[in-house]
Design a binder for this molecule. Structure first.
Ligand SMILES: C[S@@+](CC[C@H](N)C(=O)[O-])C[C@H]1O[C@@H](n2cnc3c(N)ncnc32)[C@H](O)[C@@H]1O
Length: 288
């Protein structure tokens, strides 16, 4: 619910604090701007002409929800939850402090809800530019506030208010992350690595992860964020049937590049069940 995180939200126009009025049916800033809370519980916080992107559409979000609910990415969610717990331990966040975790491009809230389950009292802000995602995000956990916002714009978050930011296969805005992090706060980024879904690339005609992606990400963040320790790679093998493969591709950018009929034909040529590698890297960053 937005009321749990209202103290960290900010007016996207001028950064002033927001408060809930009319039983949290609107958020109003100190400078007088008003933002309606949708009946599903999320709020759109965008300045000026609004959002430039619409993010993942409802089919992609539904595919993501189905795939993740089958537990195929469980080792990824474990890795994110453990890493956020380590970040809070290293920052010596005291018990009962109700730390704030912001997830950028939070999708269905799969990762954020698991993180909040694993950290007592933690509160979460799930940010995504997709309205279908925000509808699920707002229901994913009682201590999550769901916000539709563009990760490339000024984040609707107060300066120095966030204990940890998580980004899983989603956009990274290093300068904004540095602005909203507390002094001991960190960003936890999960990026796909070379070898991810490798067994599906050729038969389905999907593009591979580029080499050097992690080094490029670190270089792009420089001046704002610096890595903490060495990036850690999480790799495991999933046993996927054709339906799960269809949802995995349906939730990825490939869904936009391959015609659904062609994709269905290619998937039908695969074995009824096959071993597919999942491979991603977790990198921690602190303020430069
Ligand atoms: C690959 S999905 C990952 C979702 C989620 N982190 C997960 O792994 O289940 C990328 C997400 O980022 C969102 N997204 C893309 N561009 C964005 C932007 N500029 N601002 C905020 N969210 C964005 C998409 O709508 C989508 O939900």
């Amino acid at each position: 619910m937005l009321s749990h995180v209202i103290d960290v939200l900010a007016d996207p126009i001028d950064g002033s604090p927001l408060s809930g009025v009319d039983q949290f049916s609107r958020l109003v800033s100190e400078s007088g701007h008003s933002y309606d809370v949708a009946r599903q519980g999320y709020v759109t916080l965008a300045a000026g002409k609004g959002l430039r992107y619409s993010g993942d559409d409802s089919d992609m979000i539904a595919a993501r929800e189905t795939f993740l609910s089958r537990g195929h990415f469980a080792p990824f969610v474990e890795a994110i939850s453990h890493t956020v717990a380590d970040v809070l331990d290293d920052a010596e966040v005291p018990e009962g402090a109700e730390p704030v975790i912001v997830e950028i491009g939070a999708g269905t809230g799969y990762y954020l809800s698991h993180v909040l389950d694993s950290i007592e009292g933690a509160r979460g802000v799930g940010i995504d530019v997709s309205t279908p995602a925000a509808k699920l995000l707002s229901k994913c956990h009682p201590r999550v506030g769901a916000v539709v916002a563009d990760a490339w714009a000024r984040l609707p978050i107060q300066d120095s208010s966030v204990d940890a930011i998580t980004v899983v296969f989603a956009p990274r805005n290093a300068s904004e992350f540095a602005r909203v992090l507390k002094p001991q706060g960190e960003v936890v980024v999960m990026t796909p690595n070379v070898g991810h879904l490798s067994e599906l690339r050729e038969p389905l005609g999907i593009i591979d992860v580029e080499k050097g992606k992690i080094d490029r990400m670190i270089a792009q963040a420089s001046g704002h964020l610096v890595p903490v320790g060495e990036p850690e790679t999480v790799e495991f093998v999933m046993n996927l049937d054709q339906a799960s493969i269809a949802t995995q591709i349906g939730m990825s950018p490939s869904a936009r590049h391959i015609h659904p009929d062609i994709l269905a034909e290619r998937i039908a040529t695969l074995p009824s069940s096959m071993a597919v590698t999942a491979r991603a890297t977790v990198t921690r960053f602190t303020k430069a």
